[in-house]
Design a protein around this ligand. Structure first.
Ligand code: TNX
Length: 469
């Protein structure tokens, strides 16, 4: 947000009059800076809060410092604004490399400044279980630490030969949820199943396909990629997962609960006599049908508790659960198919908004992983895919999400570098109308104002001129 340069300026003493007017759109606001002071009218409390973020932008970079001043001079303006989408998300993978509570709280402040309203926490994966579950203490006692970590993707293989661990207590997570709620951000938890579960199987070997492999020999995974070792589909395993989810629901009030569903190879189920017996007993046809049956089970289970299931687009395979919302990550097609079938979707195509992918082909790029996704590419992202644009199904697109996977990024500095400034471009793509978006204007505003705000917030972003200072 920047004001016309010729706007008259008025002193600002920090006082803001606020009120809610439900005639304004949800999360929308009208910010008026006049000779008689500053007023923010929101369509709801969230709208008032987003209006405050715009006010900070008008005050200048200092307003973004931790000890920043909320006074100064303001241009006289009226800003009427509202988001294009109601799901403006950022996903942080805390499983591959753990980000402690302080780091998550800091990211909540950063995404709030960018008017994003969903923080999706990827809490579990093959390489680490990061949420305390009281009735299954081994999930964190065993599942939260791995003995070493594979570095990079190259050959020869290299390892750091040191342990990595960390997890959130339930109190930590309650604090995170409350801190986010004060900033009108919903924290969506993800328990990724039935694949990406090796850390849980290392803790409780009976969860794996014990008639195919010796699951007691599995450790928390130390390298990356799609993993063949997945959960079994026995009743006892479903009860176990319900036990986990009961505690998760207790911590996270979010309507949406993510159960993963991605990258679950079916080889163990193909080889397992008990999985095959289960497929026959349930009459679900094949292994895809079995996974779909598990997801449907949790779709109903969550619905009975007033919640809604979200899953990665693989949950389309073998038939989509009735109430499921689909996160379309392997591209846009999964989202298109789901929307056309009347399901809600959140778009996060990896070719466009995966922030773990590199930002250039420069040899000094610290994380040379994935496609090149430049700031310009992210800015060009439109959450409504061309195939849905102009159709009645476009309304099924709740919004979009930028995802930060952390295989290659082991600390806050590296994560900052991957996330910023691209998250600023993403934030505009999910907030502003697609018409009239102009990259050159965006870049000019970044250089004139927004990099200074990121500096003020202490963000280690990638500098506009290249990977190294
Ligand atoms: C695919 S996106 C994954 C993740 C990886 C990511 C790396 C998704 C649902 N699964 O497990 O971290 O690629 O970009």
């Amino acid at each position: 947000m920047s004001a016309p340069e010729d706007a008259a300026r008025v002193p600002f003493d920090g006082m803001v009059r606020t009120r809610v007017d439900p005639a304004l759109p949800s999360e929308g606001y009208r910010l008026t800076v006049g000779a008689d002071g500053v007023e923010i009218v929101g369509g709801d409390e969230a709208g008032v809060f987003w209006g405050r973020q715009t006010l900070r932008q008008l005050l200048g970079p200092d307003a973004f410092r931790r000890a920043g001043s909320a006074t100064g001079e303001l241009p006289q303006v009226v800003v009427e604004d509202a988001p294009r989408f109601r799901w403006r998300g950022f996903m942080l993978d805390v499983a591959r490399h753990f980000t402690p509570k302080s780091g998550v709280l800091r990211y909540i402040d950063l995404i709030a400044a960018h008017k994003l309203n969903v923080l999706h926490l990827h809490l579990t994966d093959d390489q680490g279980w990061r949420v305390e579950i009281k009735r299954y203490p081994r999930l964190t006692e065993v599942g939260s630490s791995r003995r070493r970590t594979k570095l990079g993707h190259g050959r020869p293989e290299r390892w750091d030969e040191r342990p990595h661990g960390g997890f959130f207590t339930q109190d930590d997570l309650r604090e995170i949820v409350a801190y986010a709620a004060e900033r009108h951000i919903t924290v969506v938890p993800e328990i990724d199943l039935p694949g990406h579960m090796q850390a849980a199987i290392a803790a409780y070997p009976e969860l794996g396909n014990t008639d195919v492999i010796d699951t007691a020999a599995l450790e928390v995974k130390t390298d990356w990629g799609v993993n063949p070792h997945v959960l079994n589909a026995e009743e006892a395993t479903l009860r176990f997962l319900e036990g986990v989810l009961e505690e998760v629901l207790d911590i996270f009030p979010s309507r949406f609960v993510h159960v993963g569903g991605d990258e679950c190879p079916k080889d163990e189920w193909k080889a397992s006599p008990s999985a095959q017996a289960r497929i026959r007993e349930l009459g679900v046809g094949d292994e895809d049908g079995l996974q779909s049956w598990i997801i449907r089970h949790f779709d109903r289970w969550l619905a009975e508790r007033g919640r809604r299931l979200v899953g990665w687009d693989e949950i389309l395979e073998g038939g989509l659960a009735e109430g499921a919302t689909v996160m379309s990550w392997r591209g846009r097609d999964g989202g298109v198919t789901a929307a056309e079938a009347g399901h809600d979707v959140v778009m996060c195509p990896m070719q466009e908004v995966y922030l773990d992918h590199r930002q250039s082909d420069h040899p000094d790029e610290p994380v040379p992983f994935g496609w090149i996704e430049t700031l310009r590419d992210v800015y060009a992202f439109d959450p409504v895919p061309p195939k849905l644009a102009g159709t009645g199904h476009a309304a099924r697109v709740l919004g979009a999400q930028a995802n930060m996977w952390t295989e290659q990024t082991e600390n806050q500095q590296r994560i900052d570098y991957m996330v910023f400034p691209r998250l600023a471009a993403f934030a505009e793509a999910v907030w502003s109308p697609s018409e009239g978006r102009d990259y050159d204007d965006f870049e000019r505003r970044m250089r004139a104002e927004h990099y200074a705000r990121l500096d003020a917030m202490g963000v280690d972003y990638r500098r506009p001129d290249g990977p190294l200072p």
